[in-house]
Each structure stands twice: as structure tokens, then as C-alpha cells.
Design a binder for this molecule. Sequence first.
Ligand SMILES: C[S@@+](CC[C@H](N)C(=O)[O-])C[C@H]1O[C@@H](n2cnc3c(N)ncnc32)[C@H](O)[C@@H]1O
Length: 289
Amino acid sequence: MNTDINQSSLIRFLVGRFDFIIRLFYSKMRFYKLFNFFLPRLHSSDFESLDRYFHIITGELKKQGFSIRGKSVLEIGPGNSHINAYNFLLNGCRKVIFIDKHPRFFDTGRQRSFMRDEIRYFKSKYRVKKFEYINEDTGALNPSYMEFIAGGLPAVAFPGKVDFIYSIAVLHHIKDLERYIRKMHEILNKDGMMYHVIDLKDKFHFFGNPFLFYKYSDFVWENFLTEETLTYTNRIRYREYVDLFTRYGFKIVWEKTVSHDFPVFKINKKFAGRSDLHIGDAHFLLEKV
Ligand SMILES: C[S@@+](CC[C@H](N)C(=O)[O-])C[C@H]1O[C@@H](n2cnc3c(N)ncnc32)[C@H](O)[C@@H]1O
């Protein structure tokens, strides 16, 4: 008897059947704090995999003839990683601004140790001798290179304009996405570009159904099963992203999507009949028009 397989099918069965209760406890009863305690890396960024995005993003920018040299950049939702900012700066960007509505400041031993590991990895991988973007002891950003804004983009007085905006695994967590996209257009310079990596899957996708959240109406989802802290997921689908970007003055110059199969189950009428339900990952490269 293979116990591993039996255990994982049992977990899948339980999650598929009782996800309502698990989600309710996890988000509304704040059980995620317990998860964070026992699984400290659960909500931590993975700097090695994030590092790969720099090469993916700049590879696509290059194909469009967009040079990052001397440019100012905004990263939305960096989590606790600075690795892409370091890459942009090392490769000639002038400045990187971060904005995050739920900031993770470097005020705990665990955060500082993450920061140091990330810097060590970056310096050794790219053979960096002079590293002056951040104070390696305190985590204080060097304002000549990097600036952090705590808050939501539509709500803050943004300091000027930028040439490039990117986000990795963030837009699907934003509640007022329409206002965000409008503000991105406002603060992007003429000829500016943006790159967004969006995860359209349910956070429970490891348990056999990447779109289990199609079960729920907006009312149930928003009021009981998701929470605007670490766990909020807006369930905006691929087609709506395309419409929002287009409506607010962006042209999609390149995109990549990944589709996922999912088992037959009862989908809420909110999602019924859509043709984009299988799309679970999307990358968009956009230009301001
Ligand atoms: C899944 S994490 C991704 C972090 C990092 N980009 C990564 O890939 O590891 C989502 C990030 O988006 C941030 N976030 C959520 N809602 C936001 C909002 N409305 N405005 C800005 N950042 C937000 C969260 O605080 C978190 O840092």
C-alpha cells in the first residue's frame, strides 16, 4: 500500500469538500498567523526564483527595443524581496521605487536574515563588489537608489512619474484593481512600459483543482472566504485584465498565458459560460498609448 498517495488523495478530498471551512478559518479567523508561525517561509518570497523574472522581463523589453538604462522603475508588491530591484540597478536603471500596501519591514531577525541571504546570493551570482543599494546591517534603503512607499497606489501622493512598472504575483491580490490600473497610466511617462506576472489560480491549487474558487458567488467569496491582508484574491479573469488594460490606455505588446485542466464541478453562475476559465497564469507586457 502506498501511504503517500493515500495521504495526498485524502488531503485533496478534504480540501475539495471542506474548503469553505478551511478558507473561513484561514482568512476570517486569522488562522494564517498560526500557519506563519509553523511555516515561516509560507508567505516569504523566494529570491532565487524571483531572480529569474528579471531576465524574462528584460528579455521581452529588449525585443521591443526598450532599454532600461537611466530609467526609473516602480515595483508594485515586492513582498520581502529586493532582488529584481538590485538587478535593475546593477543593469543601469537610475532608481527603483517600491510600493506595498502590507509592507514587511526589516525589523525582525528573520527578515534581516532573509535580506542578508538575498544580498549574499545576488553578490555572488553577479560578482558584485560595490553594493551600496541598502544598508546590509539595518536594511535601510539608500535613497539615491531605492525608495519604499507603504500604501495602496491610488491612495498615495506618488512622487513624479516613472518609465517602467512591474509586478510579480501581485495584481490578483488587489481589491480596487481598476483604480490601480488608472493610476499606473497616470504615473507612467510617455513611451513607458509595464510588465505584470499574474497568477489567476486559486491559492488552493496544490490540492488537485486550480480553480476550486469558481464554486462561490461574489457575495460569499468577498464576505467569508478571502481577506484583504495576506490572503485576498480578486478572482478577476484573464479577459477582464485585457479589457481593463485596454480601457485605461495600454496596448498589450506581448503576452503569455498558461492554461490548466480542472475536474468537472459545479461552477457559480458568475463564471458560467466564460471562455477564459482555464487560464491560470498570465504575463503581460504593455505600453502606454
Ligand atoms: C504574493 S505576494 C508577492 C510578493 C513578491 N512579488 C513575490 O513574488 O514574492 C503579494 C504582494 O503584494 C502585496 N500587495 C497586496 N495588495 C496590494 C496592494 N493593494 N498594493 C500593493 N501591494 C499589495 C502584498 O503585500 C505582497 O507583498
